[in-house]
Write a protein that binds this ligand. Structure first.
Ligand SMILES: Nc1ncnc2c1ncn2[C@@H]1O[C@H](COP(=O)(O)OP(=O)(O)OP(=O)(O)O)[C@@H](O)[C@H]1O
Length: 296
């Protein structure tokens, strides 16, 4: 049996502040099999982005963060890796696409310089010629027609949609096993968002990339994901195959989210805080699927 690309078990996170600890993740577990696209869906502040940041090792250095539980990537517990080895995974075996492409691309460097840095993570000392050739190929994959012009531009000279494509091209340039996509395109208008999601979808299919797709938009999740985990206030309250979960949601919070789909796509999630206690039941697996069986 091949190890899942990602396996998170009992992950807890708290932030220390002057007023005490605020608990953000209460022991979440999830997994992504090779080539599987899994969505983590929940309202703003539920703990989606911090989960991705822990996988990437970006929160561990924060003095205020308290993290426990385990994160395995391709069968290796990431906590057992030396910081250098863990750092080396970022941008090579796992990469991330952020919500706002324009502010995520450093405006001080040309797109080519940023590309070269990404490529050099997997191929140290890569020559300018080879980096340029590979960058042009990667940009062709995201349907950019004038790669030379784009490579010599700075992010602030390109449109948001173009920057989003550049970011997808960069994230996939080293053929990662895992792509963490945090609400890609939500900072852009809906047409561009739909185009970039379609592009991303085609590319991950082509390269058999596993994806953790973070979103609050169930309409988008339905199009993109094979399986869905629903997160509410730092707890996974339900998971299941996408079609099944949409057809037969078990958990009251999932039902509430689903009933709000038209409002979500129109912008904004309704306030579900009226009776938060009712949503905090343990994980609900769909009949016939246990977390163990899904891993097999
Ligand atoms: N560095 C930090 N220090 C303190 N609290 C933090 C930090 N980062 C995140 N949080 C808190 O952790 C909680 C979860 O944040 P997170 O960014 O994961 O939410 P999210 O589900 O991704 O929401 P959104 O959809 O709005 O991005 C929030 O209450 C947030 O304020």
């Amino acid at each position: 049996m091949t190890a899942p690309t990602l396996k998170i078990e009992n992950l807890k996170l708290g932030f220390k502040s002057w007023s005490g600890m605020s608990e953000v993740l209460h022991g979440i577990s999830l997994h992504i099999k090779k080539g599987e696209r899994v969505a983590l869906v929940g309202e703003s502040g539920s703990g989606k982005s911090v989960t991705a940041r822990i996988v990437l090792g970006m929160l561990q250095q924060l003095k205020t963060a308290r993290i426990s539980g385990s994160v395995e990537f391709e069968g290796i517990n990431l906590e057992t890796l030396k910081p250098g080895s863990r750092h080396a995974l970022r941008g090579t075996r796992m990469s991330m696409i952020f919500q706002d492409p324009t502010s995520s691309l450093n405006p001080v460097y040309t797109i080519f310089a940023l590309f070269k840095e990404v490529l050099a993570r997997a191929e140290p000392g890569i020559s300018n010629e080879r980096a340029r050739q590979r960058a042009i190929e990667a940009l062709a994959d995201v349907a950019i027609n004038e790669p030379e012009r784009v490579l010599d531009s700075y992010s602030f000279q390109l449109s948001g949609g173009m920057n989003q494509r550049v970011m997808i091209a960069m994230a996939l340039a080293n053929n990662p096993a895992l792509l963490l996509a945090d609400e890609p395109g939500t900072a852009l208008d809906v047409t561009i968002q739909a185009q970039t999601l379609k592009l991303m979808s085609e590319l991950v299919e082509k390269h058999h990339t596993s994806v953790l797709f973070i979103s609050h938009n169930l309409g988008v999740v339905r199009e993109f994901a094979d399986r869905v985990y629903v997160i509410y206030k730092g707890n996974i309250v339900e998971q299941g195959a996408t079609a099944e979960l949409f057809a037969n949601p078990q958990h009251p919070y999932t039902r509430a989210l689903l009933s709000a789909v038209p409002r979500i796509t129109g912008g904004g999630i309704p306030d579900l805080d009226d009776d938060p206690g009712q949503f905090l039941a343990p994980l609900v697996a769909h009949p016939g699927y246990s977390e163990k069986e899904l891993l097999a």
